[in-house]
Design a protein around this ligand. Structure first.
Ligand code: CP
Length: 292
């Protein structure tokens, strides 16, 4: 089974993945199976720290053998296509493909290749489904529900892959979503663009998104943090019960000021990172039809 986008997975199943991963975090011993017959190719054509490393840890914990392919250590550097690379690696015995690419829906052309699972570790500015699972975990662990939560997604929405991935699932979960985009128009969706200052007091979950300097030419103005970020001044306005998320890496003092980032108890960014391991173990189990 593939794991490409949460759009193709029914809500009940997504919630099963989230609660299974939370359970796994509490009691890792429950996984007795080892998957020694599986080989994973981690193909990362864009840089990654969190996603790559947590998939790698997940593979190790499940006994899945893995080999890493980055742009500069594979024949992709010599213009071999992703399709030919995947077929070649399948011929060498790989059956799980964890892939990050700058190309939107890169996986579509790979679906012709039978008997492999493709796990989307991020495509272009469209989707980051494993990040969304760990974000859902972090929210559910804190609130025990998604019902009636006010969720704000703030930052470089037009160029972020986390934005659309998260927005769509929050919509399906019927949460109240407030988008705060650094650009006037939110190109991907017809939704209102709020100001952070007008909603800050009622938000339960803040998701700050990184300015994607690698995807578009944008200069970050000196007052970015005043309008689109958290700082020592506006942090006083947020609910005590709120949580603050960011997929990382954070541009310090841009999305969140260093003082807030390092000291505020409502920051759950490293909890998100930890949850990434359990989310990704569960995603492998889902792909291997072992999610009971
Ligand atoms: N959140 C995220 O995808 O981080 P990395 O780019 O470090 O994997």
């Amino acid at each position: 089974m593939h794991f490409l986008s949460l759009e193709n997975i029914e809500l009940k199943k997504i919630l099963k993945i989230v609660t299974f991963a939370i359970d796994l975090k509490k009691n890792f011993q429950k996984i007795n199976d080892k998957f020694n017959n599986f080989m994973a190719a981690n193909i990362f054509l864009e840089p990654s720290t969190r996603t790559y490393t947590s998939f790698k840890i997940a593979e190790n914990k499940l006994g899945i053998k893995s080999v890493d392919f980055f742009k500069n250590n594979s024949s992709i550097e010599k213009n071999e296509s992703l399709f030919d690379t995947t077929e070649t690696l399948k011929a060498l015995g790989f059956n799980l493909f964890v892939i990050r690419s700058e190309k939107n829906k890169y996986y579509e052309e790979l679906l012709k290749i039978k008997d492999i699972s493709i796990i989307n570790a991020g495509d272009g500015n469209l989707d980051h489904p494993s990040q969304t699972i760990l974000d859902l975990m972090t929210i559910y662990e804190h609130f025990g529900t998604f019902k009636d939560l006010n969720i704000a997604i703030i930052g470089d929405l037009n160029y972020s892959r986390v934005f659309l991935s998260n927005y769509k699932i929050f919509k399906r979960l019927k949460t109240n979503i407030f988008c705060v985009s650094i650009e006037e128009k939110i190109s991907k969706l017809k939704v209102k663009n709020y100001k952070l200052s007008e909603i800050i007091e009622k938000i339960d979950v803040f998701i700050f998104l990184r300015v994607q300097r690698e995807r578009h030419k944008i200069s970050i103005s000196n007052d970015y943090n005043d309008f689109f970020g958290l700082n020592e001044k506006n942090i006083k306005k947020i609910k005590d019960t709120a949580i603050i998320l960011h997929p990382g890496p954070v541009n310090r003092d841009v999305e969140i000021s260093s003082k807030v980032l390092d000291n505020d108890k409502r920051i759950k960014i490293l909890e998100q990172v930890k949850n990434g391991i359990f989310a990704r173990i569960t995603i492998f189990l889902y792909c291997l039809n072992k999610l009971t």
